[in-house]
Design a protein. Structure first.
Length: 277
C-alpha cells in the first residue's frame, strides 16, 4: 500500500506492507500531567522547543569525536580507508545498504563513553533549561539509556516511520516518563532536519490511525508503531534546530519520516532520552 505524507508542504509517498493492520484508539489524550514530563513547560502547547546548550568549541569537539567514532567503525567493520573522512560524505565511503546496516547496528547502541565527550556533564544544562532533575538511568532497570547516532544518507530510506516513542511503554501497560533530545551534528538543513508534528501530543487517540505492533515500510521492519494519519491528515514540518542547539520534545509528539532530501550530503544527529528523577 502507499502511504501519503507531507513534509514542509511537499508530498511524500512511501510503500508499506499490505498486511499491516491499522487501528484507532480510545477517545482520550494520553499526554497529561501524570504521563508527560513536559506538561509544565512553557512550550508544552507546541510539544517541542530548541535551545542552545553547546558553545562553538564544545560543538566542534562533539563533531570531531563522533567523526572519529564513525570513521573507526567503518575501518573496523568494512575495512575501508577513511583518510579525509567527513560525516557529510559518509555515503561516499559506505555505499551499499548492507554496509550501512553494519555501521548503524553499532551506532544504535552507544554510550557517552564511546564518544570521548562528557555528554553526562551536559545533563545539568538540560536540568537548568527544564527546572527539574534528570537521569540517563532507565527506571526500574538501573541501566544507562543508549545514545543513538542517526545517520541518514541522501535519497535513502534511512528513517523511522512517523511514530510516538511513548507507545513502546504504553502498549505494554507501562508509563515510562522521559523526554526526547535530538542534537544536530552534520548535514542538518531544511531538507534533512527531523520532521515533527507540532501539537500532535494533544490529539485524542480516537483520531490517530496506527499499527499496534511495529511497522513495515518498504523492506524495513521497525519496532516503533507506524502512524498512518492523525487528526484527519498526515502533515509534518522540519524542526528548526541549529548547531550548538538541542531539540527537546515530548515523547507523546509524532515525529519521524526523516527523509534526507539533500542530493549529496549525509545527515548525522545525536538522539537520546532522559528520565525525570
Amino acid at each position: 500500500m502507499k502511504l501519503e505524507y507531507t513534509i514542509n508542504g511537499l508530498n511524500h509517498s512511501v510503500d508499506a506492507s499490505d498486511n499491516q493492520i491499522f487501528k484507532i484508539g480510545d477517545d482520550l489524550v494520553l499526554s497529561n500531567e501524570g504521563s508527560d514530563i513536559t506538561f509544565n513547560q512553557n512550550w508544552y502547547g507546541d510539544g517541542h522547543t530548541s535551545s542552545k546548550f553547546l558553545n562553538l568549541s564544545e560543538y566542534f569537539e562533539l563533531n570531531e569525536q563522533i567523526t572519529n567514532t564513525i570513521a573507526s567503525l567503518i575501518e573496523k567493520e568494512l575495512d575501508i580507508d577513511t583518510t579525509g573522512f567527513k560525516l557529510e560524505k559518509y555515503h561516499k565511503y559506505v555505499k551499499t545498504n548492507e554496509e550501512h546496516f553494519k555501521i548503524v547496528s553499532k551506532t544504535r547502541d552507544l554510550f557517552s563513553s564511546d564518544f570521548g565527550f562528557p555528554i553526562k556533564e551536559m545533563i545539568p544544562k538540560f536540568e537548568k533549561l527544564l527546572g527539574f532533575k534528570l537521569t540517563d538511568k532507565v527506571p526500574n532497570k538501573n541501566e544507562e539509556e543508549h545514545i543513538i547516532v542517526r545517520i541518514n544518507r541522501p535519497n535513502s530510506n534511512d528513517y523511522n516511520p512517523p511514530h510516538k516513542d511513548m507507545y513502546e511503554s504504553y502498549d505494554k501497560g507501562g508509563n515510562s516518563q522521559f523526554l526526547n533530545f535530538w542534537v544536530p551534528i552534520a548535514g542538518v538543513t531544511n531538507k534533512s532536519s527531523l520532521p515533527i508534528a507540532p501539537k500532535s501530543h494533544l490529539i485524542s487517540e480516537a483520531n490517530v490511525l496506527r499499527t499496534i505492533e511495529g511497522g513495515e515500510v518498504g523492506s524495513n521492519k521497525y519496532r516503533v508503531c507506524l502512524i498512518k494519519e492523525w487528526d484527519g491528515g498526515s502533515d509534518l514540518e522540519r524542526a528548526e534546530v541549529y548547531y550548538g542547539q538541542v531539540l527537546m520534545f515530548s515523547s507523546h509528539m509524532i515525529h519521524g519520516l526523516a527523509i534526507n532530501e539533500e542530493s549529496d550530503v549525509t545527515r548525522v544527529a545525536l538522539e537520546f532520552r532522559l528520565f525525570k528523577k
